[in-house]
Design a protein around this ligand. Structure first.
Ligand code: PEP
Ligand code: MG
Length: 572
């Protein structure tokens, strides 16, 4: 029996035989052809592109059936890439001008594209390299007449072990037989992790050595929550995993009843449980989990998914879709939050010593990128008539920044009204609370805002002066540290004193240890990943607001995070 630890990517447990998914080496040996062969090689390429296209259409339909529209969209992206004129013409040019045979040309061009994506610092963009790897493997397999593994043939219970799963692999998984998967590479936002969550297949990624450490047909136990893998588990472990699986299945059934219930404490105090989204594709999960609204729409993904900035019309369409889908429920749309770790290929920014303390988000929008910002503001204003829109500015640090951003919004509004465009008269304008300086002067900022939403991901990092990506200081990432709780209290109290509301859209809002404290501190809206909403609603229904107020008061007076944790554990 041996243990491995990776990143829990999709919760749930499984015990089953290993099915090793090893993709064949598709690296062709470089071959130069004669001028006379060029046309034949181009014809071969054309035929294989058509064949690959037809396969992707089938895989897309399968994905749609099993995982819904949003996941099938990944294959639409593959089909688009496969037909991308720049990609195809670069391959054809290699055949024509450099006299490479088709496999070598496909390999060289794909490697170049993969290299470009992998060199980007943004994790999301880096992972787009996986799409190109997937497409080029399909083309190369056909050109080289090598069979790629067919997962649809699996007909017994297995856990798939692989270097990584490509999106096409994931689309072919049959939940009836595939009880989980474990991969050497990948992170929480990799395609395979996202797909696993939507398929609700337990998964552990980033295990580094799982392929080398396991044999075909060996039994392994996998815990997608803790990221633990046990190779050849003892019977007692198998029993424990089976018990856990049964408990999870039972709990999932129990949670369903909270879907249509109000978010209310046992003594009748209402809060709002909203969801965070990155694209309109995430709406499926939001609606399935009975969220009370959207507390954070991170619009930067709209910009990151493209090779040029989205137009006003494209943005209007995306915002309208979200507002209409939520049929009158509140939707907080955050203006572009780029910079820091999020970069855009078409918006070159100088390298900075401290990008998180640098030129990012609103700072760029008020500076040289104000035209890009104004385009977004116009799209938001036009969409405002389609629902309950709340516009939110990120990274506000000073009162003047908030005033300047609002001034730009007003200017765009005046221009649109003059053109006869209809704009809602009830949309709200608020700001993220993620900079300690802003949190301290919340009473001044609230005079210019309709609401606050606390971004604890950044607020904790800035307050504790610790980068949570740096393992050596990750112990300082302390959501329940009294210093953080005092800042949160200051923000909520300032908003309430002005008769306004405060939400929280950082990870802390969905943290079951933090929720009792936040209820006690009077937080009005909690925004989290859609899959956390029902867990939060159930917990809140067991809490008494008055008791939580006393708990929060004691927590504020603690000296350490550990003391606060003990208090909460004893009270809930
Ligand atoms: C935050 O900082 O808490 C937040 C929600 O913003 P982001 O994670 O997008 O930086
Ligand atoms: Mg933030």
């Amino acid at each position: 029996m041996r243990k491995l630890k990776g990143i829990g990517a999709s919760s749930g447990v499984a015990v089953a035989k290993v099915f090793k998914l090893v993709h064949p080496d598709l690296t062709p040996s470089k071959k130069i052809i004669e001028e006379a062969q060029v046309e034949a090689e181009l014809e071969k390429l054309k035929a294989v592109l058509q064949q690959s296209n037809a396969e992707l259409v089938v895989i897309k339909a399968r994905a749609f059936e099993k995982m819904g529209a949003s996941k099938a969209a990944v294959f639409e992206a593959h089909i688009l890439m496969l037909n991308d004129p720049e990609y195809i013409s670069s391959i054809e040019a290699k055949i024509r001008n450099e006299k490479l045979d088709a496999p070598s040309a496909v390999h060289e061009v794909s490697q170049m594209f993969i290299g470009i994506f992998e060199s980007l610092t943004d994790e999301y963009m880096r992972e787009r390299a996986a799409d190109i790897k997937d497409i080029s493997s399909r083309i190369l397999a056909h050109l080289l007449h090598i069979k790629i593994p067919d997962l649809t043939l699996i007909n017994e219970k297995v856990i798939i072990v692989a270097e990584d799963l490509t999106p096409s692999d994931t689309a072919q998984l049959d939940k009836q037989f595939v009880c989980g998967f474990a991969t050497n590479i990948g992170g929480r936002t990799s395609h395979s992790a996202i797909m696993a969550r939507s398929l609700e297949i337990p998964a552990v990624v980033g295990l580094k050595t799982i392929l080398a450490d396991t044999d075909e047909f060996q039994i392994i136990a996998l815990d997608g929550e803790t990221g633990e893998i046990i190779i050849e588990p003892k019977q007692a472990i198998i029993d424990a995993y089976e018990q856990k699986a049964a408990a999870i299945a039972k709990d999932k059934e129990l949670l369903k009843k909270y879907k249509d219930l109000p978010s209310i404490t046992k003594d009748g105090h209402h809060v709002e449980l909203a969801a965070n989204i990155g694209t309109p594709n995430d709406l499926e999960g939001v609606l399935a989990n009975g969220s009370d609204g959207i507390g954070l729409y991170r619009t930067e993904f709209l910009y990151m998914d493209a090779t040029v900035a989205p137009t006003e019309d494209q943005q209007y369409t995306a915002y309208t879709k979200v507002l209409q889908s939520m049929v009158g429920k509140p939707v907080v749309i955050r203006t572009i939050d780029i910079g820091g770790d999020k970069k855009l290929p078409y918006m070159p920014l100088p390298e900075e010593e401290n990008p998180f303390l640098g030129y990012r988000a609103l700072r760029m929008c008020l500076g040289e990128y104000h035209e890009l910002f104004r385009t977004q503001l116009r799209a938001l204003l036009k969409a405002s008539v389609h629902g309950d829109l709340r516009i939110m500015f990120p990274m506000v640090t000073t009162v003047n920044e908030l005033i300047d951003a609002k001034k730009m919004l007003e200017e765009e509004k005046t221009k649109l009204l003059a053109q006869g465009v209809e704009i809602s008269s009830t949309y709200q304008v608020g700001m993220m609370m993620e900079v300690p300086a802003a949190a301290i002067i919340a009473d001044k900022l609230i005079k210019h805002a309709d609401f606050f939403s606390i971004g604890t991901n950044d607020l904790i990092g800035y307050t504790m002066a610790a980068d949570r990506m740096n393992e050596k200081v990750s112990y300082l990432y302390q959501p329940y540290n009294p210093s953080i709780l005092r800042l949160v209290k200051n923000i909520i109290d300032a908003a309430h004193a002005a008769g306004k509301w405060t939400g929280m859209c950082g990870e802390m809002a969905g943290d079951l240890m933090a929720i009792p404290l936040l209820v006690g501190l009077g937080l009005d809206e909690f925004s989290m990943s859609a899959t956390s909403v029902l867990h939060a609603r159930r917990l809140i229904s067991t809490l008494d607001k008055k008791e939580m107020e006393l708990l929060a008061e004691k927590a504020l007076d603690c000296s350490t995070m550990e003391e606060v944790e003990k208090l909460v554990e004893a009270a809930v």
